[in-house]
Design a protein around this ligand. Sequence first.
Ligand code: C2O
Ligand code: CU
Length: 453
Amino acid sequence: MCTPRPLELPLEQPPGWDEAVRLTEAADADPDPAVVDVRLEAKIATVMLDGRPTQMWTYDGVVPGPLIRARVGDTVIVRFTSSLPEPTTVHWHGVEVPAEMDGSEATQAAVPPGGSFEYRFTATKAGTFWYHPHVRSSAQVGFGLYGAIIVEDPAERAYGDDLVLVLSDVSTADAGVLAPGDQHGWFGDYFGREGGLLLVNGKRLPTVKARAGVPQRWKLVNASRARYWSLEVPNAEVLRIGGDVGLIETPQPGNGVVLTPGERAELWVKPLTPGRRSSVTAVDADRFHIGYPQPPEAVLELEVLDEPARHGAEAPSGTLREIVPPDAAAAKPRTFELMDLVDGGAGQLGINGKTYRPDEHIPVRLGDTERWEVHNSTAYDHSFHLHGYAFVPTNLAGRSWPVREWKDSINVPAKQRLELLVRFDDRPGMWMLHCHILDHVELGMMTMLQVRP
Ligand code: C2O
Ligand code: CU
């Protein structure tokens, strides 16, 4: 039997296309369109994890936490309360907030159980960002504390229908019970704790529907504490159009992009053959350079409807946005070495010969442009993250970075060197920089800048 084709095929996404992965959105209590005023409560709650009720640490009872949406220029107010059994903070990863709103242990006293804190900042740049605790972050993030914050630029052209996808993994000890945050002790810290359950927006293997020819804009956040994510999207044309902080200068190949913990990417995904269901897989990024990659694992189903769109969309090309990097000629050099350290017999990790110490910091002059060389002298990859300032990577492992873009989190492969340009244009204060394999923070791979006039 052959069903007659409708004369006019719709261009839109299929009904309910993103239902299975749609994030709870934070409710904005302020009618002023330029103010986003939300409440956020950290608390232990029972959530359905792979079909089982599981106690997790949550923001507002959901994992991931509620999606916060703002537009460039908006004032964002987050009235945070904690009902957790231990102190916590909220760090706005990638958002250029004033230092005292950064949520690190260097900028505020941690919020005690039953306590509260009001975060307030202006969303200055468009991009895909996220929030998470900065106290015992490996354990707290691993228990479920992470959420996305998306800043949109109304002047930007539409590339496709937005789909925010938070990638995470969870370790379960028994069915319905999370593994302890310090599972496997030192080995867990050193190698990084990867959970066996891979989640997309808190779900195991959910389905997204699509229509051939109708592009979707996937905004990916790697919220895992240690796992590197690399997605292969079959039966689709895939371009990377955005990075950590909004659009990149020109579209890049999008399949197989590696996201280190903390990193984001925006993918333009145009499904191709109608009537096909296929699996988006997570491919092992081999961050230990063992050479025996784990087999790919299906993490998301992509169901392309029978009916194609009437007009397929053209792939984005040319300049998506102009990116002017900080002036290299005016830059002062600085080097960082991510390294193994031995401290009293136990292996530690550090930066420039030291493990993290809350009473030490590196002075940086407000207004300066710097050229950083970040050398990873260890045998494994590390995820380099700077608070407060986005940078432009210029060279990695002896090759020019393929595109101009703003970043705040980036993989530095084993034994390799990263070069970047950063300008400390504003917002003096204490800013952390650390490996975003959060277990490595526990072993000391973190340091602090003090930016001052
Ligand atoms: Cu996403 Cu210092 O953190
Ligand atoms: Cu690391």
